[in-house]
Design a protein around this ligand. Structure first.
Ligand SMILES: [Zn+2]
Length: 244
């Protein structure tokens, strides 16, 4: 029991929270058989025990911590809430032989505190889900607006572009910019140069032999040069309001 005793008389290491260091009793998971100093009860390996300098090893009953539920670590919000709602509470630690330090395993709290904390957590989760839905809706609306704005800008610059092509280009541009937040990024994506670049790329793939040239093994730079006149010709047509 040497390491447990040492742990109880010195600081508990970095794994314990400020709460634990302040006032909350510490309960250890025993590593070997022992006896309660007060009532003599056998405390086997894995038992929860309390150790202090004055009274030595005691069982939870004798340390006035009986009847509490073990809440394992893992859900920080749940633990925080349960601790806040439980007046008797304790931190449960275990000495890790491998890492040679005390590690927090969970807390002991009143059963009702866990239930209240779980219910709070559930309410939180419901609230977050509502917020997620609202955000998705807002994003969808913003996306529609963006596609509409892009399409309008495109058709203003290229009145001869087929509506269907304009919508396809706008949707792709929207996909590309949807991850970038901020109005400036969106505004920039709607400027003449950006729209023209998007139209040019679309025309390259849909109205020229560019992809076929690439498939035949041509270097992109060469293929681009090859199809450039066809692209410019079509852009001029669309700019002038003619579709063919
Ligand atoms: Zn006892």
């Amino acid at each position: 029991m040497r390491h447990l005793t040492r742990g109880s008389t010195h600081g508990l290491g970095v794994s314990l929270s400020r709460d634990a260091r302040r006032a909350r009793p510490v309960v250890w998971i025993s590593h070997k058989d022992a006896k309660c100093n007060s009532c003599g009860a056998g405390l086997g390996r894995g038992k929860l025990i309390v150790i202090d300098r004055a009274q030595g090893i005691r069982c939870l009953e004798c340390a006035s911590l009986a009847g509490l539920e073990f809440l394992p670590s893992g859900d920080a919000a749940l633990t925080r809430r349960a601790l806040a709602r439980s007046s008797p509470s304790a931190v449960v630690v275990k000495f890790s032989r491998a890492r040679k330090r005390n590690e927090r395993q969970g807390v002991l709290v009143e059963e009702t505190a866990i239930e209240e904390a779980e219910s709070e957590n559930a309410k939180d989760e419901a609230r977050r889900e509502t917020q997620r839905q609202q955000r998705r809706l807002r994003d969808a609306v913003a996306e529609q607006k963006y596609v509409a704005a892009f399409t309008a800008k495109l058709l203003a610059l290229f009145p001869g572009a087929p509506l269907q092509a304009a919508e396809v280009i706008a949707a792709r541009a929207c996909e590309k910019y949807s991850g970038r937040v901020g109005r400036s990024a969106q505004a920039k994506a709607l400027d003449e140069e950006a729209v023209t670049l998007a139209v040019r790329a679309h025309v390259r793939h849909e109205f020229t032999e560019y992809d076929r040239l690439l498939a035949e093994g041509l270097e992109p730079i060469e293929a681009r040069a090859r199809v450039r006149p066809a692209i410019e010709q079509r852009l001029t047509l669309w700019r002038e309001g003619r579709s063919d």
